[in-house]
Design a protein around this ligand. Sequence first.
Ligand code: DSN
Length: 424
Amino acid sequence: MNKAHDLMRGLAEADPRLHDGIVRELSRQRQGIELIPSENFVSKAVLQAMGSVLTNKYSEGYPRRRYYGGNEVIDELEQLAIDRAKQLFGADHANVQPHAGSQANMEAYFALLELGDPILGMDLAAGGHLTHGSPVNFSGRFYHFSSYGVDPKTHLLDMDAVRKRALADKPKLLLSGFSAYPRKLDFKAFGDIAAEAGAYHMSDIAHIAGLVATKAHQSPVPYADVVTTTTHKTLRGPRGAIILCREEHRKAIDKAVFPGMQGGPLEHVIAAKAAAFGEALKPDFAQYQRRILANAQALATSLLENGISLVTGGTDNHLMVIDLTPLGIGGKEAEKALDSAGIYTNKNMIPFDTRSPFDPSGIRIGTPAITTRGFSTVDCAEVGAMIARVLKRPQDASVIAKVKGQVGALCASRPLYEGLGILG
Ligand code: DSN
């Protein structure tokens, strides 16, 4: 019996309730269609690194500059993660310790700004993120945010409008990046505007990091002072984040992460980041990213052909936002109906949304996770038709039951984590 199997059996015996929950979650993931664009299925190597004894170690500080003894192996592994992140993104410096995307963004603000400084970021309803200035988030409370939105007609970003806004608002930092914008960003244009406005340019590429790493999307690294990203979305690593920056910001970024914001780094997660970066440096990861994009096109085309409206009329990245307004239902009802059919999505604001964030007018979907489990463009066309069927009859139990049956059959033909125990 191998070590992983021993560990699993150990958990079943030590804590049957917990074991049972993890087994049920694995089965939910296997039997449903995961369309939340910020989720993915990590490799066995990533799972194993995360479930390792590295969690036992305190290592406050950085490689060769720690506040605890016994870090010779940890130093080597964290340095491996740093080196791979730098190579993957072509960055001068990488800090691999941020626990999550929100912390990475806070640390980047701490490094570059004083509290209360002005920042210009993307409006939440237009596709921005909570940490890009929402009043209920630390960002909106600690800093003076203003926002740029999208064009009222096309719902596309208008870089002339962003420029005008930046020159008028004079932010100290111009933020590019999103969590729900279905089109490509022109990071060079953002960099030029920041330079003209005398602002730092920070880019949050959490959603598109995998696309950027494989050149399927323009990289902000040459055009931004600091780049943050989570590691678990298109990048397909463990839940966590990293910060990339120009050499001139290295000291400030490292100080902002530790001791500025965090204590002991999660070295088991950092090792899993190293595993994911190693995978992302291999040629088949670029193929995977191209398949994400092809699948997104197939899904968008199928939705449109089945009479579903998409914000901006489509997508050119891994995600799309369904506009539910013509169907006369809200995001809450739509998400719940799709959930009941085994299709996982999340409700989302659409540009100029008149409904509340708790029941907005949109549903956000994407293809990173289903592409990992092998869905083809033909499968994605079928998924689009299934979504349309549910959204047109969200209260019809027989439609939902029928679609759930189709979901089960499709998932059975695209097995996930075959032969894997719950702990890898
Ligand atoms: N919560 C993430 C998302 O779903 O896009 C952003 O951090």
